[in-house]
Design a protein around this ligand. Structure first.
Ligand SMILES: Cc1cc2nc3c(=O)[nH]c(=O)nc-3n(C[C@H](O)[C@H](O)[C@H](O)COP(=O)(O)O)c2cc1C
Length: 190
């Protein structure tokens, strides 16, 4: 089963990346074939709002989003790992999400919705402990999942981690994350 993992932090080897490593351990253990893309290594321009996709469901911009789109359409499950930046996604990852607009066009305007596939698992980290820390990104993932034919699954959110590698100090977290990955592989198998 193909799993696309998107790493959204501008910080290489940071908390969300480590957490993603652990989730992917569980996915690999469940037989998943993983493709991992890091947004910081990709060149993805922001959506211009040019309406160029309205008639065709295809974006007029040619950049690394072509590669992302290929993998997004091909995967069975999707994992997106991200830090919270001012209560939302870091700008480069938000640019990737905005570039999914052609999929909204296909589903809503052209009535060519995607086939139902697997799960979308958000993996998020933030420094503070606020109850609403992940509300913004949850709304976004809720909105995006149906465009991809995915069902939003119970997310993995970790509060109170800030310094580089702080997730390593949270006791039991590695195993919880590994289990999350294994659960994703079981999702939809009835
Ligand atoms: C620009 C910026 C904005 C941030 N905004 C928030 C925030 O609104 N709430 C929060 O709890 N942490 C915030 N943080 C802290 C990060 O979410 C935290 O350090 C996280 O562990 C970083 O994850 P990473 O190592 O995967 O990049 C912010 C960090 C940066 C650099």
């Amino acid at each position: 089963m193909k799993v696309l993992a998107v790493e959204g932090s501008p910080r290489r080897g940071g908390n969300s990346s480590i957490l993603l490593d652990w989730v992917l351990d569980g996915i690999e253990g469940g037989g998943g074939q993983i493709t991992r893309l890091s947004v910081r290594d990709l060149d993805i321009a922001p959506c211009k709002g040019c309406d160029g996709c309205l008639a065709t469901g295809l974006c007029v911009i040619r950049d690394d989003m072509d590669l992302v789109m290929e993998h997004i359409l091909d995967c069975h499950h999707l994992v997106v790992a991200t830090p919270i930046y001012f209560y939302h996604l870091p700008a480069p990852l938000k640019a990737l999400i905005d570039r999914l607009q052609p999929l909204w066009v296909r589903k809503v305007l052209l009535r060519r919705g995607p086939a139902q596939k697997g799960g979308l698992l958000p993996v998020g980290v933030g420094a503070t402990g606020g109850g609403r820390l992940f509300d913004g990104i949850l709304l976004t993932f809720n909105c995006v999942a149906p465009l991809l034919g995915l069902e939003l699954v119970d997310p993995m959110f970790v509060r109170g981690v800030d310094a580089m590698g702080a997730v390593e100090n949270v006791r039991g977290l590695r195993e919880i994350a590994r289990r999350k990955g294994a659960e994703l592989m079981a999702f939809g198998r009835g």
